[in-house]
Write a protein that binds this ligand. Structure first.
Ligand SMILES: Cc1cc2nc3c(=O)[nH]c(=O)nc-3n(C[C@H](O)[C@H](O)[C@H](O)COP(=O)(O)O)c2cc1C
Length: 260
């Protein structure tokens, strides 16, 4: 039930996107409405990333046992290869393969229909050999595309309802979605799949970060339109989830603050 007097749009959406035997499945949209499967910003300055591998030496059981949200960070330089490996192991492109008879990316997360609607942007701070800034991750090329020069962390604190822990993180990963990549095929129900895809990617980021000795924390609350503007997102793309990653403060100096 809605908390305000507004219509309970969540419930309406849930009901209208439910599969019901009496209702035929929505047909796919016209092929020419189908968005490109990858975002590329032509003409932007590009930084090739090292760490296009899965060289993470930690047993999964131990990682799962250790995983938790970290909110106390010590800001120290982070090697560029650590950022590269974090991105590749979480959402890189391992190759191509056929899914449902169509060529699709082969990536470390599952994705409804193999359509991969998500894109990754990173706000970086104190990453070695990389000027602080906002970048788009071109997963095929394993390169960063510069979107905005300079530290974006202060702006990100302001538009995430003052989550000050961001200031000491090296990387704020912003997960965005191009809804039509998935809704083109699955219609209204496809909108559910975007968030499920994002959960898988968020968990990859959590586990890879933990395995590499880093600290992750998710953020679900932010001013949507302000974040769209900060990232200069194309009209067809929305920001949906953030995962901040930094280097955990030594145990004795943690304050244990908790939000959400
Ligand atoms: C969708 C989602 C949104 C979240 N948003 C925030 C947030 O805005 N700020 C924050 O500090 N933690 C946030 N978290 C982290 C949760 O608070 C955390 O996962 C939960 O308290 C369990 O703790 P653990 O991750 O340490 O096991 C979020 C987690 C999820 C899954």
């Amino acid at each position: 039930m809605a908390r305000s007097k507004e219509a309970d749009v969540a419930r309406l959406y849930h009901l209208h996107s439910a599969h019901v035997r009496a209702r035929p499945l929505e047909p796919p949209f016209d092929a020419d409405l189908r968005p490109l499967p990858f975002r590329t910003y032509l003409g932007s300055a590009r930084t090739p990333l090292p760490g296009r591998d899965f060289a993470i030496d930690a047993p999964l059981g131990a990682v799962l046992e250790r995983r938790r949200s970290i909110r106390d960070f010590a800001l120290r330089p982070m090697p560029l290869a650590t950022l590269g490996r974090l991105l590749h192991a979480s959402y890189g492109v391992r190759g191509m393969r056929k899914i449902d008879g169509e060529w699709s990316n082969d990536r470390p997360t599952p994705s409804a229909g193999g359509l991969y609607p998500l894109e990754i942007y990173v706000a970086t701070q104190a990453v070695e050999e990389l000027p602080d800034g906002l970048y788009h991750y071109d997963a095929r090329a394993h390169e960063l595309e510069l979107r905005r020069e300079g530290l974006a962390h202060t702006a990100l604190v302001g538009l995430t309802l003052d989550q000050g822990m961001i200031m000491n993180t090296n990387v704020v990963v912003v997960i965005t979605a191009v809804p039509m990549r998935t809704m083109w095929k699955y219609g209204q129900r496809g909108y559910r799949f975007l968030w499920l895809d994002a959960g898988h990617l968020g968990q990859n980021l959590y586990l890879v970060a933990t395995a590499m000795g880093l600290g992750p924390v998710a953020i679900g609350g932010f001013y949507d339109e302000e974040l769209r503007r900060l990232l200069s997102l194309p009209a067809e793309e929305d920001a949906i989830y953030l995962v901040c990653i930094g280097q955990p403060a030594p145990a004795g100096s943690r304050t244990g603050t908790q939000r959400a």
